[in-house]
Every structure is written in C-alpha cells, then in structure tokens.
Design a protein around this ligand. Structure first.
Ligand SMILES: [Zn+2]
Length: 88
C-alpha cells in the first residue's frame, strides 16, 4: 500500500467519528465577515441545512478548517472530493 493510500484510509476511518464517513467536503464560511467561503468543512447532511447554504451551524460535522482564501478553499474541497470519492 502506498503512503498516500495508507494516509487516505486512516483519514477515512478517522472521519467516521466526525459524522463524515464518505469524506465529502465543501467550501464554507468559517469566519464572519468574509466575502467568500474561506474554510473547508465536511458536507452537512442535516435535512434542515440547505445544501446551497455555505454557513457552518451546530448541525454540521467537523472539522472546519480555515484557510483564509476562497479560491484555496474551493480548490482544497475539489481536490479532497476527487481524491476520496464515496465508498461503494
Ligand atoms: Zn449543517
């Protein structure tokens, strides 16, 4: 198993305790007052949370990672989603 495969498997296993077993990510508003979403967080599956709402509420699984750049947040979320597609 390559180092990347080993790290991905460990992260996938660890994320289950955060309520994000499929490792789906989104860019999010982790800091008030920013013009764009400058954080990265797991996708929230709560039925009361509109999927188009980029905010973070108590219903949302963690961790929320602030990266201080909307383009970087979008890129990291896309990269993580490409690297870790849903488990079959
Ligand atoms: Zn939520």
């Amino acid at each position: 198993m390559s180092a990347l495969n080993r790290l991905r498997a460990a992260a996938r296993s660890d994320m289950k305790r955060w309520g994000n077993p499929d490792l789906a990510w989104r860019a999010c508003f982790s800091t008030d007052g920013t013009d764009g979403p400058t954080g990265v967080a797991p996708v929230c599956r709560d039925e009361g949370h509109d999927p188009d709402d980029g905010s973070v509420y108590v219903c949302c699984p963690g961790p929320v990672i602030e990266v201080e750049s909307a383009p970087l947040a979008e890129y990291l979320a896309a990269l993580l989603n490409t690297d870790c597609p849903k488990e079959a």
